[in-house]
Design a protein around this ligand. Structure first.
Ligand SMILES: Cc1cc2nc3c(=O)[nH]c(=O)nc-3n(C[C@H](O)[C@H](O)[C@H](O)COP(=O)(O)OP(=O)(O)OC[C@H]3O[C@@H](n4cnc5c(N)ncnc54)[C@H](O)[C@@H]3O)c2cc1C
Length: 600
């Protein structure tokens, strides 16, 4: 292998895991998991996914080790995502959203130990009961309550009405054991004390449901195929030990104590399980983008066209397809750089890493996420949007074979689509980010400097950074000014913000762009030489997508797009001969790029 190719391979796979650790994760998700046999009923398909999850969990390192090792957990989850998106989704729930709070909040508790053992041994599968079906932003104030019962010392969990049912949950399969992390508002002495997590067995070994638990299966869906159901808790009694207390307690004298100090701080702490979810979602977004890009290349390379301008000219000679293929590869490398940034141990992995998280983020209005870790939540939103756009473009540019010959691109698209909402709703994250920016709440606007450097040459990372910083700063200033003027003019906070949501979303997106371009500029400086034009292509694509905002803010003059297109054509000419080498560094398992078997 030549040096460039080896450097690229190392960049994609990172240095955090040695060959032995990587091989073990590959054995946990073997090539067999990359295909699903035909003819399964929906419940059989779900059962197969859980059986594969069980096998993966038993073959992988112990859950506690994985959760303490972000690169390893992300590597396992990204392989699952490329193999089969439903497997990724269930695995993410199992490790980060069911076991995560048990390990984090229930350390040393006996009841938590039992739940932990059943999940770690894969005797039970994890499920999350957080979102409630009937109201938006239900995470901020779940209507499901956990009333402390002084007579038994335990709690009674109740869903007040069907609009407060927990949905979606992965609990419909009638035969499979499930253990839930239930988010509920704790009520003690008639007072609401904040949102806490409870470990609750929802289905026993053969799938039997305990008294008071009502599970209502949802109709079959195809976007991301798992066993969705709504769950209602009708006076479900759980022992004191099921409360994942995180240092809070109810003393023998009945006094309630919580080190969080307030219900708002408690909510942020309870949502502090999110950073491992975001890292995994960013890594999986990068991984399925790599897979999609390679599939598009496989579809396009060597394909002839019959267009009358130039019959039999190769498809990739046409700029639209060439830019789609190379743009997808570039997007995959860019997301890989972002994933490496957030999974590498250290401050880059999330400014307010677990523990400090509760106190680290800005105050929020739409969702709890930015309060946990503003930048990591924002990168989750940006990565899933980017993956969604690239995977969708790969599907479209793969024509009918990409839609109808194999399910893979549709399944990746389903996953990226689902995670616009799941794992923290992207739009709400943008609005809370924008509000923190406008209020200068733990946010310092970037300093663009005077005029674009390097004569505005779009090949220079310094120029991309100047444009991104200038746009972010101008948008923030305008947003802050508009909201402030509205409030000064007597509008209430809702009206002042509601009239500015479009600008707010663009302002937060500009912040995400700047953070990503800084990551790319750093990777360009430190990474292999061969990476430079790849990251440049992604930066140019990103600037093209943001051209409307850049023009609107006066950051660039009319004619800017012509310059971007010219720079992109030059970059694509440079990259086109190396497309196969760039994709080879992704090292995807054979089933991902194998030609559709039914025609052979
Ligand atoms: C595939 C999938 C699996 C999931 N799995 C689980 C799970 O296992 N457990 C679990 O607890 N949850 C799960 N979720 C739920 C997920 O957390 C929520 O979908 C997400 O938080 C959005 O909430 P919602 O569905 O109530 O939609 P809504 O909050 O109603 O959002 C709908 C739209 O309205 C917008 N919106 C909402 N509120 C506001 C506002 N105040 N201001 C402006 N715009 C607003 C949103 O941006 C969004 O575009 C899953 C979701 C998906 C898609």
């Amino acid at each position: 292998m030549n040096t460039d190719a080896e450097d690229l391979r190392q960049f994609v796979h990172g240095a955090s895991l040695d060959a032995k650790a990587r091989a073990r994760l590959e054995e946990a998700v073997p090539e067999e998991f990359f295909t699903v046999p035909g003819g399964l009923t929906a419940p059989d398909r779900h059962a197969l996914t859980y059986e594969r999850l069980r096998r993966a969990g038993l073959a992988a390192p112990p859950a506690g080790e994985l959760l303490a090792d972000p690169p390893a957990l992300c590597a396992l989850l990204e392989r699952a995502a490329v193999a089969d998106p439903p497997l990724f989704h269930l695995m993410l729930l199992h490790y980060t959203l069911a076991l995560g709070p048990i390990l984090r909040f229930g350390a040393g508790q006996d009841g938590a130990r039992r739940a932990r053992e059943s999940l770690e041994s894969m005797a039970s599968f994890g499920t999350l009961l957080m979102t409630e079906v009937g109201r938006s932003n239900s995470h901020l104030s779940p209507r499901t309550v956990a009333r402390h019962d002084p007579a038994t010392g335990g709690f009674v969990l109740s869903t007040p009405d069907s609009r407060a049912a927990k949905f979606p949950t992965n609990t419909a399969h009638p035969d499979l054991p499930k253990t839930a992390a239930v988010y509920a508002t704790l009520v003690h002495g008639g007072e609401e004390r904040g949102v806490f997590v409870f470990a609750v067995p929802l289905r026993g070994p053969g799938g039997a449901v305990p008294p008071g638990v009502r599970i209502v299966p949802a109709p079959e869906t195809t976007g991301l195929q798992v066993d969705y159901a709504a769950v209602l808790l009708e006076d479900v009694r759980v022992p004191y030990e099921a409360w994942l207390r995180d240092g809070a307690s109810i003393g023998a004298d009945g006094a309630f104590h919580d080190p969080a100090g307030s219900a708002a701080a408690r909510l942020t702490r309870s949502m502090g399980i999110a950073p491992p979810v975001w890292r995994a979602v960013i890594s999986a977004s990068a991984a399925i983008t790599r897979a999609s890009a390679e599939m598009l290349l496989a579809h396009s390379a060597g394909r002839a066209t019959l267009g009358r301008l130039a019959p039999r000219r190769p498809l990739t000679d046409y700029r639209n397809q060439q830019e789609a293929v190379l743009g997808a590869i570039a997007s995959a490398y860019a997301l890989t750089a972002v994933a490496a940034h957030v999974t590498t141990p250290g401050p880059a992995a999330g400014g307010a890493a677990e523990g400090a998280a509760a106190e680290g983020g800005p105050s929020t209005a739409w969702a709890p996420w930015s309060a946990v870790d503003r930048d990591l939540a924002l990168l989750k939103a940006a990565a899933t949007v980017q993956a969604q756009e690239t995977v969708s473009a790969c599907r479209v540019h793969s024509g009918a074979p990409g839609f109808a010959a194999v399910e893979r691109l549709n399944a990746y698209r389903g996953l990226t689509h689902a995670y616009q909402n799941a794992g923290g709703d992207n739009e709400l994250i943008l609005y809370d980010t924008a509000r923190a920016m406008a209020d200068l709440d733990r946010y310092v606007p970037p300093e663009p400097g005077l005029g674009p450097p390097d004569d505005g040459d779009l090949d220079s990372p310094r120029v991309w950074l100047f444009l991104a910083r200038d746009a972010e700063r101008r948008m923030r200033d305008r947003l802050a000014g508009r909201v402030e003027a509205a409030l000064r003019g007597g509008e209430d906070a809702f009206t002042a913000w509601n009239g500015n949501l479009a600008l707010a979303a663009r302002t937060a997106t500009a912040c995400a762009d700047r953070v990503i371009l800084e990551i790319l500029a750093a990777a360009d400086g430190a990474g292999p030489r061969a990476l430079g034009p790849v990251l440049r292509l992604h930066a140019l694509d990103r600037l093209e997508r943001r051209a409307a905002g850049l023009l609107n803010e006066g950051v660039v003059p009319p004619g800017f797009l012509d310059e971007v297109w010219a720079a992109r054509r030059r970059t694509c000419d440079e990259l086109a001969p190396r497309a196969a080498e760039l994709a080879a560094a992704f090292e995807l398992p054979a089933p991902v790029t194998a030609p559709a078997a039914f025609l052979v």
